[in-house]
Design a protein around this ligand. Structure first.
Ligand code: GCU
Length: 426
């Protein structure tokens, strides 16, 4: 009898694991299998009013859309005050004296808790009031340039044996491993500065809400954000806004020319930061995919269901209810891109990055043009995607380059050309 019971339990376990396996996520890569969908209107208010002027956009519709993204997607970012301390860690001339590097530790404190983030700023010498690209990096500031002056991050990092990350700690072997993604020499040669921060300084990328910036803002007894409160993407966007506070105080920086960029999950954070914080003069999303530039309703590649399961800590808990229920979402990602208007926005995709749905990224950028038209600005001209490796667009820029999910010189050159045009530097 006992044996029979054990046998029965074993068979049940086997059947359950087969069922779980059968449900494993299979991404859709066929246009014909995309369900019919209707995108929420950018230019119709919640009360059904047509938005036809800049004034209506700025006072009615834009705030509604920001609130929806806060409440249902990324989670509300606290507005309470905090303290900041600055400590310059190092200053040095680099690139044969062509550029100046400064790394500053910013410590944020509140309610007896604190976190620190190191901002690495590299500026061309002999140029006053330099426009600056700012972006978060994945493995520490020391990875973007092999220079012993840069501090090796002490924060928790994602494990990566190839990059010299040992037990989630970066080692000296990680110096410069991501240099190819940050063409510092070319950026400096074209008269731009670069600021970067390790994203894990702001909130380590794991499903744990005790170790990052969130805890500074908890109510007494609170141990994780409420349903409509910030997930990790909002925390990283908060960090980008803190870098803006810092850059505004740097005399050599042109604070009216701070261009926020990000790749992949950090492209999601860059879009959200730039959408909310209008001090950023331009926003660049690279391969940001689901929860970034790509339309959620297309269900191509990564979906809301998949992303909220694999990365539950990235979004507000409210976002979970839209897994396989995208049509109920009050917003879609074209509205996030539209929030950047009238400031220039650039969406970049890679042809083989199907997981991020290049076409969904394009359509979202295309539709965002509606908000730009209110300002008499031009977005993307056609609903049809441009040829590969062919940057297009006026105030909304787009390209799909050949290759995979990555950041390349092609991407950077396109962004710098776009920035030159918009900053009147051609
Ligand atoms: C995963 C995730 C994407 C994300 C990417 C990245 O692939 O599914 O949403 O953009 O990681 O950040 O590299």
């Amino acid at each position: 009898m006992r044996n029979l019971k054990t046998y029965f339990i074993a068979v049940c376990c086997l059947l359950l694991s087969i069922a779980a396996f059968a449900q494993e996520f299979v991404p859709n890569y066929e246009e014909s299998k995309i369900p019919a969908y209707a995108l929420p209107e950018i230019l119709v208010s919640k009360e059904g009013q047509s938005i036809t002027s800049v004034d209506q956009w700025e006072t009615i519709r834009r705030p509604e859309i920001v609130t929806d993204f806060e409440t249902y997607v990324y989670g509300r970012i606290p507005k309470e005050k905090f303290e900041v301390q600055k400590e310059v860690l190092i200053e040095a001339d680099i690139l044969g004296g062509k550029a100046h590097l400064k790394e500053t530790k910013l410590t944020f404190s509140r309610q007896g808790r604190q976190i620190s983030m190191n901002i690495l700023l590299i500026l061309p010498k002999k140029i006053d009031k330099v426009p600056v690209f700012v972006g978060l990096n994945f493995y520490g500031n020391q990875t973007i340039l092999d220079d012993p002056a840069i501090a090796i991050t002490e924060s928790w990092t994602m494990q990566n044996d190839h990059f010299g990350i040992v037990n989630h700690k970066a080692t000296a072997a990680s110096r410069g491993v991501r240099h190819y993604r940050w063409p510092v020499g070319q950026i400096i040669a074209r008269g731009y500065g670069l600021a970067t921060i390790y994203y894990g300084d702001i909130d380590p990328d794991k499903d744990d809400f005790t170790d990052g910036v969130h805890a500074l803002f908890y109510q007494p007894g609170q141990i994780r954000p409420d349903k409509d409160e910030w997930g990790a993407i909002s925390a990283w966007a908060w960090g980008l806004s803190r870098s803006m506070d810092f850059l505004e105080q740097e005399p050599a920086v042109d604070a009216s020319g701070v261009l926020v960029m990000g790749h992949s999950r950090l492209g999601k954070a860059a879009l959200w930061a730039g959408a909310r914080d209008q001090r950023f003069a331009m926003v660049i999303s690279n391969d940001s995919g689901c929860g970034g530039a790509a339309l959620s309703r297309r269900k191509y590649g990564e979906t809301v269901g998949r992303i909220t399961t694999s990365f539950p800590h990235w979004f507000s808990d409210n976002f979970d209810q839209y897994a396989n229920n995208e049509d109920a979402l009050p917003v879609d990602q074209h509205m996030l891109v539209a929030l950047v208007a009238p400031r220039p926005v650039y969406v970049a995709s890679a042809k083989d990055d199907l997981w991020a749905d290049p076409k969904g990224e394009y359509l979202s950028a295309y539709r965002a043009g509606e908000a730009y038209r209110l300002y008499n600005l031009k977005g993307l001209a056609s609903e049809t995607m441009p040829e590969v490796n062919h940057p297009v667009g006026a105030s909304v820029g787009y390209h799909m380059r050949t290759g995979v999910h990555d950041v390349t010189d092609f991407d950077w050159n396109a962004w710098m050309d776009f920035a030159d045009r918009h900053l009147g530097r051609e």
